[in-house]
Design a binder for this molecule. Sequence first.
Ligand code: ADP
Length: 426
Amino acid sequence: MVNIYIIVILLLIITNILFIYAYSKKRKEEKAHQRFKNEIAKSININIKNPVDDFLLHQLTLYIKNLEEKYKSEKYKRRNIFSILDTLSEGIILVSYNQNEIIRVDFANSFAKNIFTTENFVGRSLTEVVDNHNLIELTLKSFKTNKDLEEETSFYYPEKKYFRCQVKSINVENYRVIILLDITKEKNLEDLRREFLTIMSHEMRTPLSVISGYLETILHEPNLDLEIYQPLKKIEEEISRLTRMFNDLLDIERLEKNIGEEKRFVYFNFSNTVKRAFDFFKIVADKMSIEFEEQIEDDLYVFGNEDRLLQVVYNILDNSFKFTALKEKGEKKVWLRLYENDNTIILEIEDTGIGIPSKELKRIFDLFYRVDKSRSRQVPGLGIGLYIVKTVLDNHNARIYLDSEENNGTLFQVILPIKTNNETEV
Ligand code: ADP
């Protein structure tokens, strides 16, 4: 019985303490609120004793308090977002563009700060902060054309690095976000691979030409047994394929430099060149039982390197036949078209082949890039044909477009500028 009394008394004491604590807390809050109200009243010069003014002041105080809370929570959210952005292994830069045509930096995450030439970047122009002409040009172009753009570029500060730069619009007008993806490892690997293949191609050329020479002599023997002739003929075919492949690899070096022979442009009848390619691939088409149709307008002239442009037609057609032959069922057909449109010459090569998955389209013109290894294994190749196509076309100021659907076919469209005889003197 005594115990119950003690418990009741204890409970009463605790309730009292809690009540006093809550009451004093509330009083403190009320006092702080009152002080805040007084300060506002003083600063906007109103009389608290007037009940209407007091009511308005009360509402205003609540409103300000509310805003303060919101501001605090926004600040907290912002800090969280910034710390997340700082953990990314891609560079993020937020820039704005004003009437004076100056691109200003508003924000950059830790990764991006590493390539800046100064620590005080906020509010400064991109030119002052980044030592990379390509990135500045790309960003400016994105603002001027209102398009999202992407390009690979190398930075030399603080060390040599390669980046894939994307300039993307956001839903705030005159703002862009620049995303920098570090591709240095891939690039270095590609350079190594390229160097190795160039050396190897040089080294392989002599033994291959010796083998071809001997083979040619043997194959010209009049009394050669058919059983020996046939496998030797196969070997000869494979040797010439290898020779072509190594020549392609050596071509890349010359093409990229775009000097000497590469620059020797003439004004020539491109229609005839394309017809020659048609005649050659007609034999291939018949052998592969693939329908091949042409629509080549006569006498379309272009100013360029004839051998290289023939190589473009050849490389694209070669792929069209290779990847149409791979198709297991359905129509197998390739079209070759050449026509003039809007002061340009358009070359189209279309097929009903296995097509290219959409996620691969972006990288299809990259050096050594081949779509998914399993299907590529079925046809020989190194992933250099389209890279050569792209480089030759770049050297001719021409563009190439690609449209493809997996299992349905592919269309390559090349657009060559028409130059009159007067414009051809370069
Ligand atoms: P490769 O020597 O491997 O043919 P390319 O640079 O010519 O190299 O082509 C790269 C890749 O693009 C090919 O491996 C192939 O997967 C894909 N490709 C090119 N053209 C076509 C096409 N017409 N149809 C389907 N895939 C194609």
